[in-house]
Design a protein around this ligand. Structure first.
Ligand code: SAM
Ligand code: SF4
Length: 481
């Protein structure tokens, strides 16, 4: 498989998939992304400069870093594997929960004395949230840029290169998306493709509308052209990204809706799997289920964050749907001809959440039968309406609720995964764990599978695996030859 800007395969050979329940404050995607580090090395950097990016947060951030790296490569920078080697160090940050924000400030503290001659930049959500205040707290930072200003990155970089000390891009009021000539792809198996940026919802707990700006969709032609380029580069799996991916509205005269775009991306020659995340329940329509049901290339997995099982809490969160309306959408998915896997995000301990409200979240787990959830303790965020709501739930109580929720979900996952034992599934191989002599990959429903095989060099291959064992977070078996 030949692809532009691949990193070494060893980055993917980190072994079987991580536990989804084991890290309550970090999703697997966040964990993977937080460790994602730019490692592209071009032989010669015309401007003699090198860069290193550390990414915190979600897949959107991971993919933004790939595009930022593309901008830097275009400017003649060379990517290096360690901070020590880099002239320019960028932190692409997350501020979704307090912990994520604290982590960035501790990184900035660490780099202060260790690396006096480097140029330091803070990008992403924390950059937008804290703005120029970052220059006050960490005067060794030269660049602060929110994601809505990435389109201006070349001019901001030009100022930094001329020795600019407090260069900032903090404009939120935009209808433009971040288009790059080059994207440095960190994952040789799955390619991310942003179709919509920002968010027009106003969930009471969430900083995203304040850090990523208003919703703006990319023109369908640009999306499809990128999908075709990815297929030509050898990618067979594409993941469409957006904070509310299914709110997509083609701004071009073609005016495609999300489902129409899905069908067109799935029809691109060479693409075998198309995923998308994250869907907002409000924009989740029957026709999405219909499209998946009759298009095998569209993966049978839907991530549909519910946030709470209690209608009064959903109202307080401003989620725009009730428990019953959410469950109705789940019933459409369950009525599909193909069995879909359903996953979700849930917040516990939102202000005012009573024991009864919390129990409704627990019972929802059973009612839906999720294949996996990402669950979080509510974390108050600046500029959000929930931050000043009465009825804060103490940390210890939040932790107790989270443990109960996760324990129940673990039981559900074990039961669901055990049903797969004896079955054979197609797996796209994305990792190798030498010490266990195992390969790892994902089914179309995104289920992690670890397996043995007598064959070599399976990375990027589609193989059939017979499942012999199940645990809460993955299944295991052997390749069927
Ligand atoms: N756009 C997606 C949606 O509407 O579901 C969510 C994107 S957000 C980056 C990912 C998840 O972080 C959310 O689904 C929510 O569960 C969680 N989250 C967001 N703000 C939070 C907060 N203040 N405290 C705890 N969890 C939060
Ligand atoms: Fe945040 Fe809500 Fe927008 Fe999702 S839909 S990004 S949770 S404001």
């Amino acid at each position: 498989m030949s692809k532009a800007f691949d990193i070494g395969i060893e980055a993917l050979a980190a072994g079987p998939q991580p536990a989804t329940l084991g890290a309550p404050e970090t999703t697997p995607a966040e964990a993977a992304a937080s460790e994602s580090r730019a490692s592209e090395s071009l032989p010669i950097a015309p401007n003699g400069k090198s860069f290193y990016i550390e990414t915190f947060g979600c897949q959107m951030n991971a993919h933004d870093s790939e595009k930022v790296a593309g901008v830097l490569l275009e400017r003649g920078y060379r990517a290096v594997d360690t901070i020590l080697q880099a002239d320019l160090v960028l932190y692409n940050t997350c501020s979704i929960r307090e912990k994520a924000a604290q982590k960035v400030f501790s990184r900035l503290g660490e780099i202060r004395f260790a690396t006096p001659r480097k140029v330091i930049g803070v990008l992403g959500c924390l950059a937008q949230q804290e703005g120029e205040e970052i220059f006050e707290r960490a005067p060794w930072v030269s660049l602060v840029c929110g994601s809505a200003s990435y389109r201006k990155l070349p001019e901001l970089m030009a100022q930094v290169e001329e020795g600019g000390r407090r260069v900032s891009g903090l404009d939120l009021d935009t209808d433009e998306t971040f288009e790059t000539e080059i994207t440095r792809r960190d994952n040789p198996i799955r390619a991310y493709l942003t179709i919509i940026e920002g968010c027009d919802y106003a969930c009471a707990y969430c900083v995203v509308p304040h850090t990523r700006g208003p919703e703006r969709s990319r023109a369908s032609e640009a999306v499809l052209a990128e999908a075709r380029r990815l297929a030509e580069a050898g990618y067979t799996e594409i993941q469409l990204l957006g904070q509310t991916v299914n709110s997509y509205r083609d701004p071009s005269p073609r005016g495609l809706n999300f489902t129409q775009l899905l069908r067109e991306v799935a029809a691109v020659d060479g693409i075998r799997r198309v995923r998308f995340t994250t869907s907002h329940p409000n924009d989740f329509h029957r026709e999405i289920v219909q499209a998946i049901d009759d298009t095998p290339v569209l993966c049978d997995h839907i991530h549909l964050p519910v946030q709470s099982g209690s209608t009064p809490i959903l109202r307080a969160m401003r989620r725009t749907y009730t428990r019953e309306e959410y469950l109705e959408k789940i019933s459409w998915i369950r009525a599909a001809r193909r069995p879909f896997s359903i996953t979700s995000d849930i917040i516990v301990g939102f202000p005012g959440e009573t024991e009864k409200d919390f129990e409704e979240s627990v019972t929802l787990l059973d009612e839906v039968g999720y294949d996996s959830i990402f669950s979080f303790k509510y974390s108050p965020r600046p500029n959000t309406t929930a931050a000043t709501m009465p009825g804060a739930i103490p940390e210890a109580e939040q932790a107790r609720r989270l443990a109960i929720l996760q324990d129940r979900q673990r039981q559900i996952q074990i039961a669901r995964n055990e049903k797969l034992v004896g079955g054979t599934f197609e797996v796209l191989v994305d990792g190798r764990h030498e010490s266990r002599n195992q390969w790892s990959g994902r089914t179309t429903s995104n289920r992690p599978v670890n397996f043995t095989s007598p064959r070599q060099n399976l990375l990027g291959e589609y193989v059939q695996v017979r499942i012999a064992r199940a645990s809460a977070n993955s299944v295991a078996g052997e390749q069927v030859l």
